[in-house]
Design a protein. Structure first.
Length: 244
């Protein structure tokens, strides 16, 4: 005799459906809908159209919810092709610049990246979305705390945020495969070059308040290979006195 299948009572099924409907939705999944469409348009019109070709970078930019990294008042403009203020005299870089710097670093999964200037945490999220382990330093304590909270809420567990002086780097975690500087030092800090592994790449906007150039450094076993690319405008890199 065959076994009789017993179906769950209708009341039990209804209760399960209610529980599923009430289950919390991860923040990254909540960022879909209209904002997802805006991200896709941002990638196609602002980033791919301007020459960024790395598919991992493009996909990361499609996925990371930039609007959640800016203050509430700035969210309607989150996917525009421009930097936005995030408080304390700091900005979130325009999407194209984030994509440009990420592609220039030749980012791949499982690289260890030092970021100087956490800011909103958006650049770190893009790096983590590609699969990197990110060590990010922010000199403004309030921004460090906010970025740490946002990244945690979105599930970016491979980003480590420290409040401190970027001019010191993160010596106990060095060497790094990549270093990205998102504020402009007048000259490239030697200590950051020292914390870059042989074979690694560093990118930074270097210069004064009015004139800066994106600078890419490759560290080889024979020395440094430096290349200057596009003119840029970043907030100045401050610090040089240690942490508090």
């Amino acid at each position: 005799m065959g076994r009789t299948r017993r179906c769950a009572p209708l009341a039990t099924l209804a209760a399960l459906l209610v529980l599923m409907a009430c289950a919390p939705v991860p923040a990254a999944e909540q960022a879909g809908g209209a904002d997802e469409a805006l991200r896709r348009r941002m990638v196609e019109t602002q980033i791919r159209a301007r020459g960024i070709e790395n598919e991992a970078v493009l996909e990361a930019m499609r996925r990371v919810p930039r609007h959640l990294f800016v203050p509430e008042a700035q969210r309607p403009d989150a996917y525009d092709d421009s930097p936005l203020p995030i408080g304390y005299g700091q900005t979130i870089s325009q999407p194209y610049v984030v994509a440009y710097m990420t592609e220039a670093l030749d980012i791949r999964p499982n690289l260890r990246v030092l970021e100087i200037g956490t800011g909103s945490g958006y650049q770190a999220a893009v790096l983590a979305e590609i699969g990197c382990e990110v060590y990010s330093i922010e000199i403004v304590p309030e921004l460090a705390a906010r970025a740490r909270a946002t990244l945690g809420e979105l599930g970016y567990t491979r980003v480590h945020v420290r409040h401190g002086d970027g001019y010191l780097g993160w010596p106990e975690a060095a060497p790094f495969d990549r270093v990205i500087v998102t504020a402009a030092p007048p000259v490239l800090p030697e200590i950051l070059v020292e914390q870059l592994a042989v074979g690694g790449i560093l990118i930074a906007p270097v210069g004064g308040l009015l004139e800066q150039t994106m600078t890419i450094v490759r560290k080889t076993d024979k020395g440094l290979v430096t290349r200057e690319t596009i003119p840029v405008r970043f907030v100045p890199m401050v610090g040089g006195r240690g942490t508090d």
